[in-house]
Each structure stands twice: as structure tokens, then as C-alpha cells.
Design a protein around this ligand. Structure first.
Ligand code: GTP
Ligand code: MG
Length: 348
């Protein structure tokens, strides 16, 4: 999974990026998604290797009105293939850091417009291309054209493509165009310590309305301070986070928002070699999930042995789980649930 960090200049994008992926000097980085369930299982199995889920982040330069269209599309081109956008919105007060927009709502409105303009451009260009083709369009292309026209209409109404009702076929037909407004967007409001505590900042009402109208997820971060806290020893970290009213680090909070807005869940595989968290879409069946582990396992799928993490935590050993009848057998079409500990029986 890959997420692009999007925003105006000096909004704190790089600060948030560092908070999420740790201190590095690259614009692409991988964040480990801390999960206490993995910790628990790892303690239980004492494996050679423990593997957490990860999210890759891409940090971008800021987008601003004075940039040329070409510069803007070059910046946005760097995140063409991301699964979601994380908008970092400036809401911290600091005279020493220049500010591009009057308040958080105006800044978000600008970022919103830029995505609309870019997607509208793509829709129009491709509609013209298809309409101008000097040959008969294939069925798929006809499908594309129809879906593109739906998107064009929505974008002209200043509506994100993700709000357009599309069939699975239409979504598939649109996927080559990589519309940004079809991806999930998560708004991270970057606050200073005081406003983080009070949840009050200029433009809040407008920003919340925009998020609601477009069903965008929202979270608050205290970028600079959280980053500083991150650099402390583990023992001190918890205390400082608690003082800010937090029980989880930035990446843990973000991971929750990302998983819920992208409809993702985790399942686990356990053993002496490795305890591992896997990320899948909600609604995935066991056979498909097995394919995440290995295509051979999907092909030779026989059944899945499944234990709920909550049961494992209550009971504490696989032996007792089996004795209590809490290990369930699931067929290929059953749906994996969040927190399932899964062992796939297969033959190759
Ligand atoms: N006071 C305060 N300053 C912050 C906060 N977050 C970032 N800054 C400061 O704002 C300046 C810009 O932060 P960056 O994280 O580099 O911002 P950016 O969005 O990556 O900026 P560009 O890449 O230039 O668009 C730096 O001096 C940061 O230290 C914050 O939460 N509070
Ligand atoms: Mg930056």
C-alpha cells in the first residue's frame, strides 16, 4: 500500500512524513504499522522473524497557486500510482513559517480545486481522444467513454469522482486514468500544541464541512511535537504522548484511519519461523487471502484453520484453543475477518 503526502508549501508535509516513517532523508519511506496483536503473537511463538504490516509514503513538494500547470502536474505525477492521498493542512500558528492561505479551510479548498482541475483535464483529454478515433471503438472503449463522461459531469459540478455511482465494470474501465479524486483522501490537520489540545483552529468549521460533504476522513496531528516525542526513549515517549492526550503514536492513529477508509483488515499467520500480519480488503475470501501468501497456496487450497485473535488472547495457547473447540475450519468461499489467525491447508 502506498500513500502520497499532498499539501501546500510549509504545511508540515515533510514533518508528518518523518513522523510516520522515521528520520530519513528520502522522499519515499516505509512505515511499520505497530499492532499489539502481532506483539502478543510474537511473544507467544517466539519466532525467528516478526513481520508487521507496512505502508509506503511518498513526500511531495508543496503545491501553490503561483506554480505553472506543468510544474503542478510534474509534482502530482510522482504520486500517480498511490492508493490514497494524505493531505497535510497547515493549522499550526508560527510567525516564522510563511503561510500561503488565510486558514485551514481555504487551504483545503485550494487543494481540492487542484485535484478537480487535474482530473477534469484527464477526463476531457481522453474523451476527445476516444471521440476522435478514426475507427470503431471496442466495447471496452465505449464503456470507458461512457464512464469518462459521467466523471466529467461530476468534476464540472466540483464533485469528486469517488462520489459518482459507478458499476464495477465502469471502475475497471476508469482505472487506467488514475483519477486522484477517485482515490481515498485523508485529511491530516497539522496543529500546534495549544490548538491540538483545544481542537480549535481557524477554518475548522469550513474544513469539517468539506470533509463531510465529500466523505473524506480526517485526523489531527501535532506534527512537530509528535516528531520530537518520537525521538525520545520508549519509556519517556508514552508519558509525553499521554500528556498530549494521546495513547497512540501518529502512525498508529493514521493506520486506523487508513484501514477504515480503504476498507482494509489484517489477518495473521503464526509459527516458529515467522509471525506475520497481512493486509487485505474487507470481504476477501480465504482462498483469495491464501493467494496473498503464495499463489501455490491459493491454487492448492483445501481449507483454512482459523482462530480468532480475541480467543487466543483469552485462552493463551493453541493447545487449549483446540481442546476448547475454538479452532474452526473454513472453506474457500468463507470471508476472512479482522484478527483471524489463519493456517491454510493446501496441496501442490
Ligand atoms: N510550529 C510548528 N512548526 C511546524 C510544524 N510542522 C512543521 N513546522 C515547521 O514548518 C516548516 C515547514 O515544515 P515542513 O515539514 O518542511 O513543511 P513541508 O510541507 O514539507 O514544506 P515544503 O516541502 O516546503 O512544501 C519547518 O520549519 C517545520 O519545522 C508544527 O506542527 N508546528
Ligand atoms: Mg517538504
Amino acid at each position: 500500500m502506498k500513500i502520497g503526502i499532498y499539501g501546500a508549501p510549509y504545511s508540515g508535509k515533510t514533518t508528518v512524513f518523518k513522523l510516520l516513517v522515521g528520520e530519513i532523508n528520502e522522499s519515499v519511506g516505509v512505515a511499520k504499522i505497530h499492532d499489539r496483536r502481532v506483539d502478543y503473537l510474537s511473544k507467544m511463538y517466539n519466532p525467528k522473524k516478526t513481520t508487521y504490516a507496512t505502508i509506503e509514503f511518498v513526500d511531495l513538494p508543496g503545491l501553490s497557486p503561483e506554480l505553472s500547470r506543468k510544474d503542478k502536474s510534474q509534482i502530482l505525477g510522482k504520486i500517480q500510482n498511490v492508493d490514497a492521498l494524505l493531505w497535510v493542512i497547515r493549522a499550526f500558528k508560527d510567525e516564522s513559517v510563511p503561510r500561503y492561505f488565510d486558514d485551514a479551510a481555504k487551504e483545503a479548498e485550494y487543494l481540492y480545486e487542484e485535484l478537480l482541475i487535474r482530473d477534469l483535464d484527464i477526463a476531457e483529454t481522453n474523451i476527445q481522444k476516444l471521440k476522435g478515433a478514426k475507427r470503431k471503438l471496442s466495447q471496452f472503449e465505449m464503456h470507458q467513454l461512457h464512464a469518462l463522461e459521467k466523471c466529467e459531469e461530476a468534476l464540472n459540478d466540483e464533485k469528486f469522482v469517488k462520489l459518482v455511482e459507478l458499476s464495477e465494470d465502469e471502475k475497471h474501465a476508469l482505472s487506467p486514468f488514475g483519477f486522484f479524486t477517485m482515490k481515498e483522501s485523508i485529511i491530516a490537520v497539522n496543529l500546534d500544541e495549544e490548538s491540538f489540545r483545544t481542537h480549535n483552529y481557524d477554518g475548522r468549521d469550513g474544513l469539517e464541512k468539506m470533509a463531510k460533504d465529500n466523505s473524506l476522513a480526517m485526523m489531527e496531528v501535532c506534527g512537530k511535537l509528535e516528531m520530537e516525542i518520537n525521538e525520545l526513549d520508549e519509556s519517556e515517549r508514552e508519558e509525553f504522548l499521554k500528556d498530549l492526550g494521546l495513547t497512540e503514536s501518529g502512525i498508529e492513529r493514521l493506520a486506523k484511519v487508513v484501514y477504515s477508509s480503504l476498507g482494509l483488515i489484517s489477518f495473521f499467520t503464526v509459527g516458529e519461523d515467522e509471525v506475520k500480519a497481512w493486509t487485505i480488503k474487507k470481504g476477501t475470501n480465504f482462498k483469495k487471502a491464501a493467494g496473498k501468501i503464495h499463489t501455490d497456496i491459493e491454487r492448492g487450497f483445501i481449507r483454512a484453520e482459523v482462530v480468532k485473535f480475541s480467543d487466543m488472547e483469552k485462552i493463551g495457547s493453541m493447545k487449549e484453543i483446540k481442546a476448547s473447540g475454538l479452532l474452526k475450519l473454513e472453506g474457500k468461499d468463507s470471508i476472512v475477518e479482522d484478527g483471524d489467525i489463519v493456517n491454510i491447508r493446501f496441496n501442490v
